[in-house]
Design a protein around this ligand. Structure first.
Ligand code: PEP
Ligand code: CO
Length: 449
């Protein structure tokens, strides 16, 4: 049974990783405005995502979640969004073809604006300023005014999310995602070898479609051939914003955070007696929880009792971000104990956040090989424990950036400065994303026999 809950009760709890707004009247005004704005997503869509995640929890589908570490106001454009959407479609085609499993596509998109930071302050050339906390809070420019938290940025984040969602919905169902266009999703800069592999796969899909057509299955009677379902997600960090978009469903009741279909709680804000868990326990959306190597089993059981007291299937995705060595050491016990306790969870792997380091050239980066090693460890452990490796959570973009080293383009530390554009953590580019999908599809194939 869920304890009594209201959408603003989180305000009575201790909270981490929040901005301090100078003008509380401005903040209240913005909250009031957002309260009146239309929801960005609808409860019915959340329910359809939950049905799909139920399948993931049963091992009958695979979750692909990915996008920017931090979306920004300045980099937003139709082309950038289209290209990130394309990579996810490509990766999903590769994974579906290899595993024969439907892929549930969830973008870190249309709302991924608030960032937890390791340090409250940033120091450069002897000047100390508040850290950048994401475009929904302050500006990345390094000067005093820019770093002041401004509540009006929430309105801009809302608008950009609405523009992005509008385009995503058009891409998903307006012909762009038609499986007959599988060749067109390719991006020019993808490394030749990877392109060839993808084109081979696209040809096989086209042949399969011809065969299906001959059997009487076509776009008219199988809508999945001409459109995809694509969902949005972000870290529910800035609770003033999340609360203002939380609405009661007029059809079936229950409270939905209508800022995105799926929300997650970050590694730094998931304490049991704090505001984020309090807020998230009351919403009907599927919830992700990031868990690092320090997580304890007793805590995890309590967290699941709090967030999912009825043990609803597909409700909770535990997103492990531990590093490959820690995965071997920690994950088996967590899986065993939750199995013993009959907790239903989806296990997803975030191979990005425990693999960040500073390059010799001074850039925050990640190595493709390390990322791959964590994914392989994740699959090995689940295979060994008899559980289902249900998903992957990636920071990636459709742009030709040079932020992570390795992959078939063989990006080196010396190349990082060429096109290093991220506002926060380093992302895989489209070529590296596709490289990863091919590797991942081998793991998925092997594990399914
Ligand atoms: C993130 O996903 O960008 C992030 C900050 O992750 P974590 O909470 O796992 O550190
Ligand atoms: Co990140």
């Amino acid at each position: 049974m869920k304890k009594e809950w209201s959408k603003n009760n989180w305000r009575n709890f201790k909270i981490k990783q929040q901005p301090t707004y100078n003008n509380s009247n401005d903040l209240k005004l913005v909250e009031k405005k957002i309260n009146k704005l239309p929801p960005l997503i609808f409860a019915g869509e959340v329910r359809s995502l939950k049905d799909k995640l139920k399948k993931v929890s049963l091992g009958e589908a695979f979750l692909l979640q990915g996008g920017d570490c931090a979306e920004s106001f300045s980099d937003f454009s139709a082309n950038n969004l289209r290209d990130s959407f394309k990579v996810i479609l490509q990766m999903s085609a590769v994974l579906t073809y290899a595993s024969s499993l439907p892929v549930v596509k969830v973008g870190r998109m249309a709302g991924q604006f608030a960032k937890p930071r390791s340090d409250d302050f940033e120091e450069k050339n002897g000047i100390k300023l508040p850290s950048y906390r994401g475009d929904i809070i302050n500006d990345i420019k390094f000067d005093e005014i820019s770093r002041l938290p401004d509540p009006n940025r929430m309105l801009e984040a809302y608008s950009q999310s609405a523009y992005a969602l509008n385009l995503i919905r058009a891409f998903a169902s307006g012909g762009f995602a038609d499986l007959e266009k599988v060749h067109n999703w390719n991006l020019d800069f993808i490394k030749k070898g990877t392109q060839d592999k993808y084109l081979d796969l696209a040809n096989s899909i086209t042949d399969a479609l011809k065969f299906m057509k001959a059997c009487g299955f076509n776009k008219q009677n199988v809508p999945e051939f001409k459109q995809v379902e694509f969902y949005t997600s972000h870290e529910a960090l800035l609770l003033n914003y999340e609360e203002a978009l939380t609405r009661e469903d007029s059809l079936k009741g229950g409270w939905y955070d209508c800022s995105a279909h799926m929300l997650w709680i970050g590694e730094r804000t998931r304490s049991l007696d704090e505001a984020h868990v309090e807020f998230m326990r009351g919403i009907e959306n599927p919830i992700g929880v990031k868990i690092g190597p320090g997580v304890e089993i007793d805590y995890l059981k309590k967290l699941l009792d709090t967030l999912n007291p009825s043990n609803e299937r597909g409700k909770i995705t535990l997103i492990t971000r531990m590093g490959s060595e820690n995965i071997y050491e920690k994950l088996p016990n967590l899986i065993n104990k939750l199995q013993e306790n009959q907790n239903s969870v989806i296990w997803s792997c975030d191979p990005m956040h425990a693999n960040t380091y500073k390059s010799s050239t001074g850039f925050k980066t990640r190595s493709f090989d390390k990322i791959l090693a964590e994914i392989e460890a994740f699959f090995n452990v689940h295979h060994q424990e008899g559980s289902f490796p249900g998903g992957i959570h990636l920071e990636l973009t459709g742009l030709d950036v040079t932020e992570c080293v390795g992959g078939s383009q063989k990006i080196k530390e010396e190349n990082l400065s060429d096109r290093y554009h991220t506002h926060c953590d380093p992302r895989l580019n489209a070529s590296q994303g596709l490289d990863l999908a091919f590797k991942l599809s081998e793991f998925l194939k092997v594990k399914r026999g």
